[in-house]
Every structure is written in structure tokens, then in C-alpha cells.
Design a protein around this ligand. Structure first.
Ligand code: ATP
Ligand code: MG
Length: 201
């Protein structure tokens, strides 16, 4: 695949959306960039996003995992793969690791099951680089605005999620960059740009 696929991961309020924008702006003029997000990123997946994040919905873990995977299948086939085939840099706000951390670990469905489900959904597409923003749960939740269905979970849940991202990074260091997110936006953006520039060479 000719393009370069970057995913941002981390708990709620870690600063993912902020850094996605800063990185896209920094790459402007150097590479063609596609910014996208999950759940969502394609018409069908954005509809599934509304179902998933609606605080009035009660959704069990398995249904949640399947809905995320369905949204991802559409997003990958309609948006991400076509962009990579055109040699674009795709920057995605959350991807498979969020499903592994939230549904696999925090909701106890099991890492392997969620990973396999997502390998099917994405036809084995993996990010070239995953950037994990590591923020303390308290700071993240304090930063997060309008709580959605996930953000209404307790602090323990978020602590488990946060640890799961770090654990995933440890298992495959070459594909990850973990950044301490208690730094200024600019300092974090600088670290990320350096790593991405190196890898785009
Ligand atoms: N390094 C930082 N220091 C202080 N505040 C920050 C930093 N980065 C982002 N913020 C602020 O924290 C809030 C959450 O940031 P952002 O929306 O980027 O996080 P997120 O990881 O995308 O959250 P969510 O999971 O809820 O989508 C925003 O108000 C943002 O301006
Ligand atoms: Mg965000």
C-alpha cells in the first residue's frame, strides 16, 4: 500500500482530536492528507456512530464490538484504503486499538476475539504508525467536554482503557509512539511531527 496510515489512540480527553488537527496542518503542502475519525468517517459509519455514542442507548459489549467493527469495515473500504491507494497520508482519530482497549479489555470480551473480528472487518489493514497519547484518567476526563455514552463510564473503566493502550504499544514498539500528554499542545505536536517526518522519509 503506497500511502501512510497514522492512527491516534488514547483515553477520552487525551488530546487526540487536537493533535490530529495539528499534525494535518503541519503536513499541509508536503503530502496530501486525509483526516478522518472513528467511529465514523464514512456516511454509513457516521450513522452507526450516532447509535453507539447516544447516552440513551443500552448496548451490551458484544453488540458494541460488532457495531464498531461494522462501522470500521465501511470506513476502511470506502475511505481509508482508497486514500492509501492514492498515496495519501491518512490520519485517523481512533482505530482498532480503541476496540481492543474498550471492548476487548474494559468490557471483557477478550483481546483475541476483538482482534480477530477487526482483522475480518478491515481485511487486515493496520496503521503504519499508532500514536498513543498517555494522559492521567483524571486529567483526561476533566478535559473531555459533553460526556458521551463511553465517557459516562466510571474512573476505573477509563483507567483500564488507558493501561490497555500502553500495553498494546509495549507489545509492538516499532509500530507505536507513546507520548506523555500532560505537556503543552505544542510540545506534543513537535514530538509527533518529528517521528512522522522521520517515517515519511
Ligand atoms: N496538551 C494539552 N493540554 C491541555 N489541554 C489540552 C491539551 N490537548 C488538548 N487539550 C484540551 O483538552 C480537551 C480535550 O482534547 P481533545 O478533544 O483533543 O481530546 P480527545 O482525545 O480527542 O478527546 P475525546 O476522546 O473526548 O474525543 C480540549 O478542550 C482540548 O483543547
Ligand atoms: Mg476527540
Amino acid at each position: 500500500m503506497p500511502g501512510f496510515f497514522i492512527a491516534f489512540e488514547g483515553g477520552d480527553g487525551a488530546g487526540k482530536s487536537t493533535q490530529v488537527k495539528l499534525l494535518a496542518a503541519a503536513l499541509q503542502g508536503k503530502r496530501e492528507v486525509v483526516v478522518t475519525r472513528e467511529p465514523g468517517g464514512s456516511d454509513v459509519a457516521e450513522h452507526i456512530r450516532e447509535v453507539l455514542l447516544n447516552p440513551n442507548h443500552r448496548i451490551d459489549g458484544m453488540t458494541e464490538a460488532l457495531l464498531f467493527a461494522a462501522a470500521r469495515a465501511d470506513h476502511v473500504s470506502k475511505v481509508i484504503r482508497p486514500a492509501l491507494e492514492q498515496n495519501r497520508v491518512v490520519i485517523c482519530d481512533r482505530f482498532v486499538d480503541s476496540s481492543i482497549a474498550y471492548q476487548g479489555v474494559a468490557r471483557n470480551l477478550g483481546i483475541e476475539m476483538v482482534r480477530e473480528l477487526n482483522q475480518i472487518a478491515t481485511n487486515n489493514l493496520m496503521p503504519d504508525l499508532t500514536i498513543v497519547l498517555d494522559v492521567s484518567t483524571d486529567a483526561g476526563l476533566a478535559r473531555a467536554q459533553e460526556p458521551n455514552r463511553m465517557e459516562n463510564e466510571g474512573a476505573d473503566f477509563h483507567e483500564i482503557v488507558k493501561d490497555a493502550f500502553i500495553e498494546l504499544a509495549k507489545q509492538e514498539l516499532a509500530r507505536y509512539l507513546v507520548v506523555a500528554a500532560n505537556q503543552s499542545r505544542e510540545a506534543i505536536a513537535e514530538i509527533i511531527l518529528q517521528e512522522v517526518s522521520e517515517r515519511l522519509k
